[in-house]
Write a protein that binds this ligand. Structure first.
Ligand SMILES: C[S@@+](CC[C@H](N)C(=O)[O-])C[C@H]1O[C@@H](n2cnc3c(N)ncnc32)[C@H](O)[C@@H]1O
Length: 428
């Protein structure tokens, strides 16, 4: 029987909403304690039903994540407003945390080449309302971005996953012998490309969930010796037990068993000003894919098309809304400035255009007018009423119109449809 660690999660909200999200979890019987390494992270003590089925998870106010996997974004430590590239992003655990750390004025480009996993990544970012994150889908080793254009890069490449063996014992058999060579080769190609995309002085966090030295300490040596990156010493995060391996000075290796976490490895590498460009030739190796949404394909939408009873366009982060077919997406200001014109990428979904106006996605809580408008908001106090609504029961509201904002006490949740005054949940 695989051993289960206690579960951890991250709060995905502004600081002012933290007490409300915690109250929502408490109202459903969950108990938890703060993690010592980040004010946004918590560890579960009591889970009366699976945390993934909680209301806080449903509304994207928490993200369940192994505690080790929370560390790379903290090690990269983006400043508010900074732009970050996440080369291997799905399901988005690190992209999401990075977007929180950069804040609404920041920008995260989350790349994932595998189509099914790209869908999961986009769904997770949408559920968490992280409008400052955009996605693209390229093999990371061929990412067609301008050389030396990023100050902060997260590289969490495919790895053997030996650090997850307690939960997934099969990884130890699956990844052995020659198969490991294909992984280490890919990791080196990804490191080479990431190094070439780093601006002088820029930093890169390399992380894996494996205990395999060839994918960890040896890859950091490769980055130093072949790519000219310089290792920076990471201070150990509180709340973990660390392992030491020869050649690993300054990098961090989580002792999974003693830390109640996945076995994990992370290193911080910097490109010095003198460092040459390791891979300028690969810059045009992969052209854009046809038939996807590109930067210039979207028609700008004036803010008045966005304004409505459930949407205040003044709450949008820096950037603009644009129309792609019937979908309205958010284009962060930094994306317009930083991304090459031929890159194919997608901004966060805001909703659909119907009758010349935005019909916001039901989950779009970030743009709900505050405080709730009495003529256009359903404010529930009782958890039972909320769960009944989500389980398909409609509810008389006495409100006019076609939609209403949904709140639990002072916590904005999303949008419900109104049918003859009855609220109906349409969340997917
Ligand atoms: C370890 S997982 C990333 C986990 C993610 N960083 C997170 O925290 O949620 C590695 C990801 O790399 C993707 N991947 C596979 N080949 C790739 C490539 N050539 N370039 C970029 N990403 C790749 C995989 O599909 C997988 O989603």
């Amino acid at each position: 029987m695989p051993k289960q660690h206690s579960r951890s999660f991250r709060l995905v909200c502004e600081d002012r909403l933290i007490p409300l999200v915690e109250a929502l979890l408490h109202a459903q019987g969950y108990a938890f304690e703060p993690e010592p390494f980040s004010p946004l992270c918590r560890r579960l003590c009591c889970e009366p039903r699976p945390l993934g089925a909680s209301l806080a998870a449903f509304f994207g106010y928490i993200y369940i994540q192994d505690r080790s996997s929370m560390l790379p974004p903290l090690a990269l430590a983006p400043r508010p407003g900074e732009a970050v590239l996440d080369v291997c992003a799905s399901p988005g655990s690190k992209s999401g945390f990075l977007a929180q750390l950069t804040g609404p004025t920041g920008f995260v480009l989350a790349n994932e080449p595998t189509p099914a996993r790209l869908g999961t990544l986009r769904a997770n970012l949408h559920q968490c309302n992280l409008l400052q994150a955009a996605t693209c889908s390229y093999n990371g080793e061929n990412l067609p971005l301008a050389p030396a254009s990023w100050n902060a890069i997260q590289l969490d490449p495919p790895c053997s996953g030996w650090g997850t063996a307690e939960k997934h014992p099969r990884v130890l058999k699956l990844w052995q012998g020659d198969k490991l060579n294909s992984l280490t080769g890919l990791q080196q190609r990804l490191l080479r490309r990431a190094a070439s995309l780093l601006a002088p002085g820029g930093r890169l966090v390399y992380s894996t969930c494996t205990t395999n030295e060839a994918e960890n300490e040896a890859q950091v040596r490769f980055a130093e010796e072949e790519l000219g990156l310089v290792r920076e010493t990471l201070p150990p995060f509180p709340g973990f037990v660390w392992e030491e391996r020869s050649g690993g000075a300054g990098t961090l290796r989580v002792d999974g068993e003693k830390s109640q976490a996945q076995g994990f490895y992370l290193a911080l590498l910097r490109k010095t000003a003198e460092c040459g460009n390791a891979d300028a030739t690969a810059q045009t190796a992969s052209g854009p894919r046809k038939g996807r949404e590109g930067r210039d394909a979207g028609r700008p939408l004036p803010p008045e098309c966005l304004a409505g009873p459930c949407c205040d366009p003044a709450l949008l982060p820096p950037g603009r809304a644009a129309l792609y077919g019937e979908h309205v997406r958010f284009i962060p200001e930094q994306a317009t400035e930083m991304l090459p014109p031929d890159l194919i990428w997608q901004g966060a979904l805001l909703g659909r255009l119907t009758g010349g106006r935005l019909s916001p996605a039901p989950r779009l809580r970030r743009l709900l007018p505050e405080p709730p408008r009495p003529d256009a908001a359903l404010v529930l106090d009782d958890i039972a009423d909320l769960t009944a609504l989500l389980s398909g029961q409609s509810r008389q509201t006495g409100l006019a119109g076609r939609e209403a904002a949904l709140w639990w006490r002072d916590l904005p949740l999303g949008r419900v449809a109104l049918k003859q005054g009855r609220a109906v949940a349409t969340f997917k």
